[in-house]
Write a protein that binds this ligand. Structure first.
Ligand SMILES: CCCCC/C=C\C/C=C\C/C=C\C/C=C\CCCC(=O)SCCNC(=O)CCNC(=O)[C@H](O)C(C)(C)COP(=O)(O)OP(=O)(O)OC[C@H]1O[C@@H](n2cnc3c(N)ncnc32)[C@H](O)[C@@H]1OP(=O)(O)O
Length: 214
């Protein structure tokens, strides 16, 4: 038998007869004690653009030539909306968007939820359903919302519709984001980019926006 998805880590699988059966992974369903998400009092007003968290970000960076250039806006609740236009650069099959690009668009929209709660979090798990092919030149209407919060774990979901905000569902995702401190980036990022980010007053200002979290 070939290696399982977890590389055969004995902590993650149990032997049943001769077969390896994976243990259930952390659920994307909030546990019973999870709390309803709170919109931060200083979250952007509904309809207000959220802006890029880092100008070199593949998802939202305005200075990233290869990026998706996603521009999310605050929703009414603990949610954000965005539009993403599929271009020929995003193809997987002739004339159709690559699934990984669509997953990135969902991931980035979910990441923008950080601004609605003033919490820094990173994707721990992202489970994506691809329901319809998405042709080049399609505008994908994205909507992401936080469903619940349990300690550092943020349970959220996103949808991507075609033809309009109420159009047919093309992609959807459930995700678990994990809250981190700004040190997560400083400790793990490459020195060159971290140094440049710390010398950029706009970047420092964006990071500081998360420091006070009542
Ligand atoms: C000066 C520079 C400043 C730059 C930054 C400035 C501003 C920043 C502002 C906003 C920007 C923030 C983010 C970017 C936004 C959007 C981009 C799109 C989103 C992404 O693209 S982001 C990149 C991809 N992402 C990663 O690069 C994560 C890699 N990963 C890790 O870095 C660790 O893995 C981590 C931190 C996730 C956890 O590590 P950890 O040690 O802190 O915590 P631990 O492992 O204890 O987990 C605690 C509890 O979460 C559960 N848990 C953990 N992982 C799980 C999983 N995968 N599935 C199910 N449950 C999971 C555990 O089971 C436990 O649960 P319990 O508490 O119940 O036991």
């Amino acid at each position: 038998m070939g290696p399982a998805w977890h590389g055969g880590d004995p902590a993650l699988c149990t032997a049943v007869g001769s077969a390896l059966v994976t243990a259930p992974k952390t659920s994307l369903t909030p546990p019973p004690g999870a709390l309803a998400p709170q919109r931060h009092p200083e979250a952007p007003a509904p309809g207000e653009p959220i802006g890029s968290h880092y100008d070199q970000c593949f998802g939202c960076g305005t200075g990233q030539p290869h990026g998706l250039h996603l521009q999310a806006r605050a929703g009414e609740g603990v949610n954000v909306i965005a539009e993403f236009t599929v271009t020929p650069d995003h193809q997987g099959a002739p004339g159709l968007a690559h699934g990984g690009v669509l997953a990135s668009a969902l991931d980035e929209t979910l990441g923008a939820l950080n601004w609605m709660m003033h919490v820094i979090s990173v994707t721990g798990r992202l489970e994506t359903d691809f329901l319809r092919p998405v042709p080049v030149e399609t505008v994908l209407h994205l909507d992401a919302q936080v469903r619940a919060v349990d300690g550092r774990k943020i349970y959220c979901s996103a949808t991507g519709r075609i033809g309009g905000p109420d159009g047919p569902l093309a992609v959807r995702a459930d995700a678990l984001f994990i809250e981190v401190k700004v040190e997560h980036f400083i400790d793990n990022g490459r020195d060159e980019e971290i140094r440049a980010a710390m010398e950029d007053p706009d970047q420092v200002r964006r990071a500081r926006a998360f420091e006070v979290n009542p």
